[in-house]
Design a binder for this molecule. Structure first.
Ligand SMILES: Cc1ncc(C[n+]2csc(CCOP(=O)(O)OP(=O)(O)O)c2C)c(N)n1
Length: 568
């Protein structure tokens, strides 16, 4: 079959099982857009900004486990992808970005809308390609999907000059196994490694599992639970690890790290064995590395060998697929529960509970943490939540317990403001049967709120909760704690968000009192045919507790002041 490069791009997407592409056209990618009408099996979503398209592809990928696809033109179209691609690589999210490029003959001449996008994205892609010959196009796209979804997943960019899109060649989608020099995704562990890990566990009195995104990515949720139950080891979660085990499981300790549970951070510092599964010892979960978990031996299982001994030196490092490794470990783990260890954790937990803002009387104020907790209650705890970045993100992590994998989608590694709304659109389009909420701050929402139009055009039944505190809240919090309350550049004069929604034809409600939350959430849930916006006008001067100051030891937390003596 003789096809143009443009047709080969769409054919290859079809062959990869892709039926949804997020993108934005322009001169250098127009031949490809022109051929789109021949492929009714692919739905193209026109976004309002290429950054939004990349986050949508990312949200889609995280919600479905499939590769998300984003398309853009050369020059400014391609550079607008950069933040989204960097977000995806930091959180190991599989996306394929296809960009138009100026024609081969014009490359290097500073042609109109020429930019070296493979150069720009080299450090933020798992791999990237400039396809200068149409005969290489199908095989390159196939490789791109393979690299994006295998091993440690990540973004791959394919840059296609305009003349390559126009040129024609014989098309046959390759079927032979992909062999790439220097790239062999890992599988199981060696028996020595398995035995070494099992031996450490047998001797441990105070073991603790640190479960990260890798549990979800490798599909090891069931294996993790079986392992934890069989070996009676409590499980702490990273932000992206939420959903790795039900947060209502008796062995689950909730989130660790800078804004993690105080009792969980205490447990990490006191453990005598840490089993780090599919996590990467990010500075937000370790605090000061020099004083991090000094009393423990450490086992680290990660698909990416470069993560082993990168931040934290470990006793047993296993580079492999977590699901396969847990399947090897399961038959050999043997350990009796240690009631003293669990009792100690329970004591810490009691003290944490006493300080919880959830028990605080709102005294006429609307507290963001209470809004999140009510969202959890009135959605039955079963929605997919997609957050932006800031205080509301941490309150979501603290007060919306997740039972199932892939139900919290958030930018952890890059911490990208503007991620929430577009990623939620991608998530809802990928899993239309699920209830999806975008939970965003007033700051981050304004970075990508133009995507409300995309939501309307596509009739996406998304619920948007804006947590409006009139500040760049997390910045304000740091200024309160560490910059003597000099609130430079953190107060925000905001538009009327309900009127903004109205301008897009989106129904919206403003909530200022806790008593109104249930009704608003119920009405948003019942709304059909498109998005609905809720604006929660919350207390301005509020703080996420606990907080491990940047660079401090993990259990040296700033704690919520205790409200009354009897609460201690
Ligand atoms: C693109 C980007 N710019 C700047 C920051 C730094 N930053 C982190 S949190 C934050 C404040 C977010 O404010 P808002 O969106 O209102 O959410 P809140 O913290 O109030 O919940 C800022 C500016 C960032 N994470 N991303």
């Amino acid at each position: 079959m003789r096809l143009t490069g443009a047709e080969i791009i769409w054919e290859s997407l079809v062959c990869e099982g892709c039926d949804l592409v997020f993108g934005y056209p322009g001169g250098a990618i127009l031949p490809t857009y022109d051929a789109l009408s021949k492929y009714p099996q692919i739905h193209h979503v026109l976004t309002r900004h290429e950054q939004g398209a990349t986050h949508m592809a990312d949200g889609y990928a995280r919600a479905t486990g499939k590769v998300g696809v984003v398309m853009a033109t050369s020059g400014p179209g391609a550079t607008n992808l950069v933040t989204g691609i960097a977000t995806a690589i930091m959180d190991s999210s599989p996306i394929v970005a296809i960009t138009g490029q100026v024609a081969n003959a014009a490359i290097g001449t500073d042609a109109f809308q020429e930019t070296d996008v493979t150069g720009i994205t080299l450090p933020i892609t798992k791999h990237n390609y400039l396809v200068s010959d149409v005969r290489d196009l199908a095989a390159t796209l196939r490789e791109a999907f393979h690299i994006a979804r295998t091993g440690r997943p990540g973004p791959v960019l394919v840059d296609v000059p305009k003349d390559v899109q126009i040129a024609a060649t014989e098309f046959e989608y390759p079927t032979e196994p992909i062999r790439l020099r220097g790239y062999r995704p890992l599988g199981a562990a060696s028996s020595d490694q398995v035995e070494a890990a099992a031996e450490l566990l047998r001797c441990a009195r105070r073991p603790l599992i640190l479960a990260g995104h890798g549990v979800l990515m490798s599909g090891a949720v069931r294996e993790l639970r079986e392992f934890a139950e069989k070996a009676q080891v409590p499980v702490a979660l990273t932000l992206l690890g939420k959903g790795a085990i039900s947060e209502h499981h008796p062995l689950c300790l909730g989130m660790m790290g800078m804004h993690g549970e105080a009792y969980t951070n205490n447990a990490i510092q006191e453990a005598d064995l840490l089993l780090a599964f599919g996590m990467r010892f990010d500075d937000r979960v370790t605090g000061n590395l020099a004083t991090y978990a000094k009393k423990s031996r450490k086992i680290h299982v990660d698909i990416d060998p470069s993560e082993i001994n990168k931040n934290v030196k470990v006793d047993v490092g296993i580079a492999g697929d977590l699901k396969a490794v847990l399947q090897q470990l399961l038959p050999v783990v043997k350990r009796e529960a240690d009631p003293a260890w669990m009792a100690r954790i329970k004591e810490w937990k009691k003290e944490t509970t006493a300080r919880d803002i959830i028990h605080e009387e709102p005294q006429g104020k609307l507290l963001a943490a209470h809004v999140i907790r009510d969202l959890w209650r009135f959605t039955g705890g079963d929605a997919i939540t997609v957050t932006d970045v800031g205080q509301h993100q941490m309150w979501e992590a603290q007060y919306y317990p997740h039972e199932r994998p892939h139900t919290l989608i958030t930018s952890g590694g890059l911490g990208t403001m503007g991620f929430g709304l577009p990623a939620a659109i991608g998530a809802k389009m990928g899993r239309p049967g699920e209830e999806v909420w975008a939970i965003v701050g007033d700051g981050g929402f304004q970075m990508t709120m133009a995507e409300l139009a995309t939501c309307v055009q596509e009739k996406v039944e998304l619920k948007v909760a804006i947590i409006n505190n009139g500040y760049l809240g997390m910045v304000r919090q740091w200024q309160e704690f560490f910059y003597e309350e000099r609130y430079n550049a953190s107060p925000m004069v905001n538009p009327d968000f309900c009127k903004i929604a109205d301008a897009y034809g989106i129904p919206a409600l403003r909530v200022t009192r806790r008593e109104e939350v249930e009704d608003a959430v119920t009405r948003a849930r019942a709304h059909e045919g498109g998005p609905m916006v809720l604006e929660f006008v919350v207390e301005k001067h509020d703080v996420v507790y606990p907080m491990v100051p940047s660079g401090a030891t993990l259990n040296e937390m700033i704690r919520r002041p205790v409200a009354t003596p009897e609460m201690v």
